[in-house]
Design a protein around this ligand. Structure first.
Ligand SMILES: NC(=O)c1ccc[n+]([C@@H]2O[C@H](COP(=O)([O-])OP(=O)(O)OC[C@H]3O[C@@H](n4cnc5c(N)ncnc54)[C@H](O)[C@@H]3O)[C@@H](O)[C@H]2O)c1
Length: 389
């Protein structure tokens, strides 16, 4: 049966993959967003950012059973309302629960007890219950589900069709409706209680953040002793099954892993020592990389340093919370002249020019354009790409 589904925050990184795949499953989808420019871009059949495979589906459905809009009145006609606005932590790394409740409150006049309301943003444990109380108080009753997104940014379309969908709800009726909805796109539905689902999502990202932290820590330990980390890594992972998932070092950043680890820490009364340590390690890597370059080319004062790749993820244009910008700051504190290069961002120095003029180069993120470079300048590459060239 065709339902009308409105996704609030629908023009963002989570909203678009969900919206286009539901539209592709013959549902009527409204992407409701306050970003008028993104709304216009989507309605013209284009994406506001890189998301592999999404534009092809968008072109098929846009203007037919999918529109983007800034008009909240589309909610009045909707059977399902999905919230996917951002859920950052504050400057002290505390969850900003009120960001979620404020957005919901701002749309309350358009919501009704008949609608299935789905929270899809990553939320602090207990937030689904808080929102359920808020909605019950204002609407009399409500059908609320929490169904977290777990896709990898940039690979959202491929993954949304492959990953099991965790579904939880405040009532069995809402849980069944949400399970039916996600069965349209997900291969499998896994049912949990809301608090379990909230924690499952946070644990997923925290686990990943800790995997990168141990890899980064080992990289720093080996390299600071003058050892070649990747030689060691190559040997220890070669045909050794238990090291199959051993993460590689790299700048671990982006809008999710750090903040979700901090939410997990807040949840455990800030006694999450492994999470806090992971944060110190991952956030400390840019400083280590700047020091590594300094060891190779001497005091960085007035030296030209090129960073290749400023986004937080390879082959993507997303620079949210990218540690390459922290690296830039660290280098500038050492009074280096920093040249930023990134094929995926506007206003950056072209690759050839950046490398030619630089005294030293640091690989910020391994975009495909950099993988086969034969680097003829002193360089630091924690991703393990250039040495083998
Ligand atoms: N990016 C990912 O790959 C990913 C993966 C899993 C989970 N998440 C979680 O999903 C949530 C959203 O993340 P995102 O990356 O899509 O963020 P995003 O910033 O890309 O998208 C959020 C969208 O919400 C819109 N918005 C903000 N306030 C609004 C309002 N009042 N009304 C309507 N629209 C509004 C913004 O304009 C933006 O388009 C976060 O909780 C995040 O942790 C993200």
């Amino acid at each position: 049966m065709t339902k009308t589904i409105t996704i609030i925050g629908g023009c963002g990184h989570v909203g678009i993959p969900l919206g286009v795949t539901l539209a592709n499953a013959n549902q009527k989808v409204n992407l409701l967003d306050i970003n008028a420019k993104a709304v216009e871009t989507i309605n013209s059949g284009k994406l506001p950012f890189i998301e592999e495979g999404a534009e092809e589906i968008l072109k098929k459905v846009v203007g037919k059973n999918l529109i983007a809009t800034t008009n909240p009145k589309v909610l009045l006609e909707s059977d399902v309302v999905v919230f996917v606005t951002g859920t950052p932590v504050d400057e002290h790394h505390n969850p900003r629960v009120h960001d979620v409740t404020k957005v919901i409150q701002s749309y309350i006049e358009f919501l009704s007890p008949k609608q299935l309301i789905v929270l899809r943003s990553t939320v602090y444990p207990g937030v689904s219950e808080i929102i359920h109380n808020l909605l019950e108080k204002q609407l009399g009753s409500c059908k609320l589900a929490f169904c977290p997104e777990r896709i990898l940014q940039g690979k959202g379309i491929e993954e949304i069709y492959k990953l099991p969908q965790i579904v939880s709800a405040m009532s069995l009726a809402a849980e069944n409706e949400a399970a039916e909805l996600f069965s349209l796109i997900a291969p499998k539905v896994l049912r949990l209680q809301p608090k379990e689902a909230e924690i499952a999502k946070l644990m997923t990202n925290t686990w990943r953040y800790l995997e990168f932290a141990i890899a980064n820590q080992f990289y720093m330990m080996a390299e600071s002793q003058g050892l070649d980390f990747y030689k060691i890594y190559g040997a220890l992972t070669d045909d050794y099954p238990r090291a199959k998932h051993f993460a590689k070092p790299g700048l671990a950043a982006g809008p999710c892993l750090f903040k979700d680890t901090m939410q997990m820490s807040a949840f455990h009364k800030n006694n999450f020592f492994m999470g806090q340590s992971a944060m110190l390690v991952n956030e400390g890597l840019p400083v280590f990389l700047a020091d590594q370059l300094e060891e190779k080319i001497g005091n960085l004062k007035n030296k030209k340093v090129a960073i290749l790749g400023m986004t937080f993820k390879a082959n993507n244009d997303d620079k949210r919370e990218s540690l390459a910008f922290k690296l830039k700051k660290v280098l500038e504190m050492k009074m280096a002249e920093v040249i930023c290069c990134d094929e995926y961002l506007p206003g950056m120095t072209p690759l050839n020019q950046a490398v030619e003029t630089a005294d030293g180069v640091i690989l910020g993120v391994p975009h495909r354009e950099y993988l086969n470079l034969k680097m003829n300048k002193p360089f630091v590459d924690c991703w393990g790409v250039w040495k083998k060239n």
